[in-house]
Design a protein around this ligand. Structure first.
Ligand SMILES: C[S@@+](CC[C@H](N)C(=O)[O-])C[C@H]1O[C@@H](n2cnc3c(N)ncnc32)[C@H](O)[C@@H]1O
Length: 207
């Protein structure tokens, strides 16, 4: 499996940030809508979005929840902050933070979500462990991501392009079930979303 390093990812998202929305808004939108719905947010819930990026999910949250969005890319976060201002979202807090060392107490959030992030972090299992730690018992953890295909031909192709994609800031060869297992997360719902059903949308109950 390819390894992503912090420098590589920081550089990749600094370069991508001005064109990120143009490239990824439409194509990934159906998955975003489904992910936020799957959180099952109730009024006044405190929700954490890990790796919020440019904030493309922001308009999808109910206005009566409290949202904290974190990311370690300043350039991506400045786009998210612009959206918070533009949409007048007083219920949203944006913080610069490393997802593998979340600066929140245990069991702090009602629900946690990460869209298109788990394959873009250097330490996916550590990030999932942190997500589990900061989420309340029985809270929902929703992960939306592309994972390595079980299909032998597609899986081989994904391995082949993995070194190039790593330079662009994401892995194509990350397998879903092993990372969930290592982080002791158990999927209670698994859906396929987006183009050709190529992305997995997983909801785990934080037991
Ligand atoms: C593909 S983008 C996804 C952004 C957003 N979640 C979305 O749905 O459009 C991946 C994001 O993960 C962030 N990221 C990668 N590693 C991170 C880490 N260790 N801590 C915080 N953010 C990280 C990147 O800066 C980038 O904004």
């Amino acid at each position: 499996m390819v390894v992503l390093d912090y420098k590589q990812i920081t550089r990749a998202y600094a370069i991508l940030s001005p064109m990120y929305d143009l490239l990824f808004q439409r194509i990934f939108h159906p998955g975003r809508v489904a992910a936020v719905q799957l959180l099952g947010i109730k009024p006044n819930d405190l929700v954490l979005e890990v790796g919020i990026g440019t904030g493309l999910n922001l308009p999808l949250y109910p206005p009566d929840c409290h949202l904290v969005g974190i990311d370690f890319s300043r350039q991506m976060l400045s786009k998210a902050r612009e959206k918070v201002k533009e949409y007048g979202m007083e219920n949203v807090t944006i913080k610069e933070m490393d997802a593998s060392k979340l600066e929140f107490p245990d069991a702090h959030f009602d629900h946690v979500v990460a869209t298109y992030v788990i394959s873009a972090v250097p330490e996916p299992v550590q990030v999932l462990r942190e997500i589990k730690r900061v989420c309340k018992k029985n809270g929902h953890i929703v992960i939306l991501n592309h994972f390595k295909s079980e299909h032998p031909v597609v899986g081989t192709l994904e391995e082949f392009v993995a070194p190039l994609c790593a330079r662009l800031g994401f892995k194509t060869d990350l397998k879903l079930m092993p990372v969930l297992k290592e982080a002791q997360l158990h999927p209670e719902q698994l859906h396929r979303v987006n183009l050709l059903n190529g992305w997995s949308l997983v909801r785990c109950l934080n037991e």
